[in-house]
Design a protein around this ligand. Structure first.
Ligand SMILES: C[S@@+](CC[C@H](N)C(=O)[O-])C[C@H]1O[C@@H](n2cnc3c(N)ncnc32)[C@H](O)[C@@H]1O
Length: 343
């Protein structure tokens, strides 16, 4: 179990966050995290294998211990002192500070426009300039940047959906397809991943007309199983006749009345016996921690209400809309799924 910090210790770590990330990145690059995940390793062993200076390495290890990431097993000499991960570190660090880091991608958004000005933001006197971000993104540059960040975080979402495949899209009789509508389907990357893995799926990617250029450039290669459908779910009904509707990281961006309205439209768009799938991070401490960037940045973007909901909230909305067989399925952190069936 990871350590939880008292406020002063946490604030000190946060204050020195850049140094902590530097340590983490070096530990990842040098292969230290992998070694710590494999089991207790002595300072002597680590420094010999990785060609590091033991007297410096112990200070480095103390940084990791101070972050609550490793446990020390003391011995008579420093060289014989052993360290081990408290929880697996290598894969988690790869996601957060590795070369494909989603966090780094997020950092390109103009959050600096808010830095030091939160009191004014909260008082309604300052916001993120519309030219750097609007919701939903409207100009090609904003669309490209936003959807690229979304697409980079798709691994756990795809894994969670594939886990639920037997419930949602069991293979149909020979020659038939399962028709899916991916509502607010980003740049089409998720749809493309799904049809590449599952040959009986046909996915329509429903998104704002402004995203057509991006989606069509992305999904050209698989065009027989993928199609872009332009529309605005705030202004019109959804296209209908689908076996499965995907709402991936969509409802969380809208306030309750709009989310409810969208679920009503979903009820008409899915065939009787078909499924609606809500996949997003639900309100629990771990997903909330990972949401810090967006909670910070979107304080300055009034058009996007962006809030994690708890599963009971969705359960209520779905049953009020008339959906049945509502179930929460564990996905891949931080994303879980709620599935519900049209009677
Ligand atoms: C947070 S992104 C999620 C994208 C994708 N589902 C994913 O998880 O990677 C929300 C998506 O909803 C789309 N969107 C926003 N407002 C919309 C609207 N009124 N009608 C249709 N799509 C909309 C955005 O363009 C964007 O692709």
């Amino acid at each position: 179990m990871a350590i939880s910090f008292a406020p002063q210790e946490l604030f000190s770590l946060l204050f020195h966050g850049t140094k902590a990330v530097d340590v983490l990145q070096a530990a990842l690059e040098l292969g230290i995290l992998r070694r710590l995940d494999e089991g207790p390793v002595t300072v002597a062993q680590l420094s010999q294998d990785l060609e590091l200076i033991p007297e410096r390495l112990v200070k480095f290890m103390d940084c990791l211990e101070g972050l609550g990431l490793v446990r020390q097993e003391p011995e008579e000499t420093l060289e014989d002192t052993r360290y081990v991960s408290i929880e697996p570190l290598h894969d988690a660090a790869t996601i957060i500070v590795g070369s494909q880091s989603v966090e780094r991608e997020r950092d390109h958004f103009n959050w600096e426009s808010l830095q030091g000005r939160l009191p004014e933001v909260l008082q309604g006197k300052h916001q993120v300039p519309i030219r750097s971000f609007d919701w939903p993104p409207r100009n090609p540059q904003q669309i490209k940047m936003f959807e690229a960040t979304m697409a980079q975080g798709l691994d756990p979402i795809e894994a969670g959906l594939i886990k639920a495949r037997d419930r949602l899209w069991p293979p149909p009789p020979e020659g038939q397809a399962v028709r899916i509508l991916d509502i607010g389907g980003g740049d089409g990357s998720l749809a493309q991943r799904l049809v590449t893995k599952e040959s009986h799926l046909w996915v329509d990617i429903y998104n704002l007309p402004e995203t057509r250029f991006l989606v069509e450039s992305k999904v050209e290669k698989h065009s027989d199983h993928l199609e872009f459908v332009a529309g605005d779910f705030l202004k019109e009904e959804l296209p209908s006749g689908y076996d499965v509707l995907l709402l991936v990281r969509v409802l969380m961006d809208w306030p309750d009345p709009i989310a409810k309205e969208l679920l009503k439209k979903a009820m008409d768009a899915v065939v009787p016996g078909g499924w609606v799938v809500i996949c997003e991070p639900f309100r629990k401490p771990a997903p909330l921690a990972r949401q810090l960037f967006w909670n910070y940045f979107l304080m300055g973007v009034d058009g996007c209400s962006s809030r994690l909901r708890d599963t009971q909230n969705y359960h209520r909305m779905l049953s009020q809309t008339g959906f049945q067989k509502i179930e929460v399925l564990a996905g891949e952190p931080p994303f879980d799924l709620i599935i519900a069936r049209r009677p």
